[in-house]
Design a protein around this ligand. Structure first.
Ligand code: PXP
Length: 254
């Protein structure tokens, strides 16, 4: 087991700007610009910006990543599949962190966590090369003991616990399963922290679901995208982010 890490002093919010690019790409051209959204998110209180460059470039494009890295004043978390192409882009960009995620061409969004238990040697190589370049490495995993232990063994700095199943059950008002998933996430956060990993969480979080996860003292960062960008269309990016931060702080303090 790795050396003990202290509990995070505060809970950070990473804002994922992928879906600003989704709207832009619906019409071509440059509007709305995800980099401008990133600047506005930071002004509204975001602690970092996340962007996922997918193999098919369906939202974020190579140029967005380069501009985000060059322009933003808070850490860039570059989400990517562990492929030779993405590894080369990450090593060229040198973001603050890389979050390695599974990626299937036909999925609408990232489904399930990374298969770290059955990981091939390329994942290991990817983690090694990113770390050697001074990039923090995060693995997006299911909140279960086996992937947590495997992530620690692989030398990851961070695990991001997948909150998607919890959020889906909450959307379906299936409170029994919600409770089960909250327990699973709570246990996962404790185990990952005890294994010396920094703990992040994300996927599908909304105003209604953020509190349960924000409450876990081991969690250092939440990454939230789709809901915030959707709210931004309705009420504006700043009020949406400010409300999310308020809910995170209230939950953490309670
Ligand atoms: N974390 C990871 C690793 C993700 O892949 C995503 C989706 O891109 C998110 C967080 C954010 O999920 P959402 O857009 O549902 O808030």
């Amino acid at each position: 087991m790795s050396e003990a890490r202290s509990l995070p002093a505060a809970l950070r919010l990473g804002v994922n700007v992928d879906h600003v690019a989704t709207v832009r790409n619906a019409r071509g051209g440059g509007h709305p610009d995800p980099v401008r959204a990133a600047h506005l998110a930071i002004e509204a209180g975001a602690d970092g910006i996340t962007a996922h460059l997918r193999e098919d470039r369906r939202h974020i494009r190579d140029d967005d990543i380069a501009r985000l890295k060059a322009e933003i004043t808070r850490p860039l978390n570059f989400e990517m599949a562990a492929t030779p192409e993405m590894l080369a882009i990450a090593l060229k960009t040198v973001p603050h962190a890389c979050c390695l995620v599974p990626e299937k061409r036909e999925e609408r969004t990232t489904e399930g966590g990374l298969d770290v238990v059955g990981a091939g040697s390329f994942l290991e190589r990817c983690i090694g090369e990113l770390k050697a370049a001074g990039i923090r490495v995060s693995l997006f995993i299911e909140p279960d003991r086996a992937p947590i232990e495997a992530a620690a063994k692989l030398g990851a700095d961070i695990v991001e616990l997948h909150t998607g199943t919890y959020c889906e059950y909450a959307l379906a008002n299936d409170w029994q399963r919600v409770e089960h998933e909250v327990q699973r996430l709570r246990r996962g956060a404790r185990e990952a922290h005890a294994a010396g990993l920094e703990v992040h969480a994300g996927h599908g979080l909304t105003y209604n679901t953020v509190g349960e996860v924000a409450r876990f003292p081991e969690v250092a960062e939440l990454n939230i995208g789709h809901f915030l960008i959707g709210e931004a269309i309705l009420i504006g990016l700043r009020p949406a982010i400010e409300r999310m931060i308020r809910l995170m702080r209230e939950a953490r303090a309670s």
